[in-house]
Design a binder for this molecule. Structure first.
Ligand code: CP
Ligand code: NVA
Length: 261
């Protein structure tokens, strides 16, 4: 498997590399300086070359079009390891984690608090196929992509709510979910976003409002004291480490499926 990384990673890289090795495969890490997709090499050329050496391509890229182009031009399965638009492997691992801790994903209430980003888009796509109650509480102007929200609503499978007040919607949550306020590629906006996201930190008060059955989840890496408090991420109801572990198990299943095994 070739693993193309245009952005940094710990979990995605190590879980794919270790997981594929456990399955009997060999993964090759290609960092931001190796291919320089779109600069040193066109994406469509990289796709057509790598698939002649490898049985799978996994890629973490900036623009979502890059993953679509890799999939279009490669003759082997291409796995999305995160784009600016979505992060499907993360949400597959998250679903597995919720099944393990709550017992099922169907019928649960997942309240995401923060930026309407790639994680939210993958939750919305998950809500288009599995019935649960998905709520995204984000500041005004940081809502998820309208078309993706529409698609999830039109699917008519799940209850979808987009709101600007986490306190109003958090009660009864099975999971309160958080992610960084400035994603990879937005780090120069971090200071401005910190201002705009005041009131969207997941703290002990919000978890109390959520109620006693609520777990805390975060895709990691986390900025303690910014989108989540130290107390919440270290609390017994925080399941961020089993969640991180499940990246590997979920992806192993995805790879076996992609290879038809
Ligand atoms: N959650 C996640 O994708 O982590 P990395 O950025 O470390 O891969
Ligand atoms: N939204 C974050 C997720 C990191 C796993 C980012 O894109 O940086």
């Amino acid at each position: 498997m070739s693993m193309i990384f245009a952005k940094p990673s710990m979990r995605t890289r190590v879980s794919f590399e270790t997981g594929f090795s456990l399955l009997g495969g060999h993964a090759i890490y290609l960092g931001p300086d190796d291919i320089q997709m779109g600069k040193r090499e066109e994406t469509r050329d990289a796709a057509r070359v790598l698939c002649r050496y490898n049985d799978i391509i996994m890629a973490r890229v900036f623009g979502h079009q890059d993953i679509l182009d890799l999939a279009k031009f490669a003759t082997v399965p291409v796995i999305n390891g995160l784009t600016d638009y979505n992060h499907p492997c993360q949400i597959m691992a998250d679903a597995l984690t919720i099944i393990e801790h709550v017992g099922r994903l169907e019928g649960t209430k997942v309240v995401y608090v923060g930026d309407g980003n790639n994680i939210v888009h993958s939750w919305l796509l998950m809500a288009s196929v599995i019935p649960f109650h998905f709520v995204c509480a984000c500041p005004k102007g940081f809502e998820p992509d309208k078309e993706t929200v529409e698609k999830a609503r039109k699917a008519g499978i799940s209850k979808i709510e987009i709101t600007n007040d986490p306190k109003e919607v958090v009660q009864g949550a099975d999971v309160v979910y958080s992610d960084v306020w400035a994603s990879m590629g937005q780090k120069e906006e971090a200071a401005y976003r910190k201002q705009a996201f005041q009131g969207f930190q997941v703290d002990e008060f919000l978890m109390k409002l959520a109620g006693p059955k609520a777990y805390f989840m975060h895709c990691l890496p986390a900025e303690r004291g910014v989108e989540v408090t130290e107390g919440v991420i270290e609390a017994p109801y925080s399941i961020v480490f089993p969640q991180a572990e499940n990246r590997m198990h979920a992806q192993n299943a995805i790879m076996l499926h992609a290879l038809g095994l």
